[in-house]
Design a protein around this ligand. Structure first.
Ligand SMILES: *[C@@H]1O[C@H](CO)[C@@H](O)[C@H](O)[C@H]1NC(C)=O
Length: 127
């Protein structure tokens, strides 16, 4: 009985993917146009200056995982590795590689001269 239900469901999904391929494609494409963003705002004028970093999943439909940033010589000592883990020079991972929900933002601060950070790779979970 359960097996049969599964088969019917599989058949329906298969049929839907044949009938609405553009729908399924456009869901993936929509996410692809919404790369995660990294915004840095100076929030302290002391020496060293303080920066707030906000990393956001800009896809309204899908979680994103394994966000890697080009992060220059960012030292691990400046931030909790659960938020930003330095895995190699110029390679940092956000949130331990764990998912950010659709439109979720993760934020941390550091006090140092500014390090430029840009997303280098990531994966959407619905593709
Ligand atoms: C970062 O600094 C700003 C300004 O001081 C503060 O409002 C914010 O709560 C801080 N964020 C974290 C994660 O500590």
């Amino acid at each position: 009985m359960k097996m049969q239900k599964q088969r019917v469901l599989t058949f329906l999904l298969f049929t839907a993917s044949l009938t609405f391929p553009s729908l399924i494609h456009s869901l993936g494409a929509k996410c692809a146009a919404n790369a995660p963003s990294v915004q840095q705002t100076q929030v302290g004028n002391g020496y060293p200056p303080k920066f707030m970093v906000e990393v956001q999943n800009n896809c309204p439909m899908c979680p994103v995982i394994n966000i890697h940033l080009k992060c220059g010589g960012f030292p691990q000592a400046l931030v909790n590795p659960r938020l930003l883990k330095v895995v190699a020079p110029d390679d940092c991972v956000v949130n331990g590689g764990l998912p950010l929900s659709p439109l979720q933002e993760i934020s941390f601060n550091y006090s140092h001269q500014k390090f430029l950070m840009h997303p280098s790779s990531w994966s959407f979970q619905c593709e």
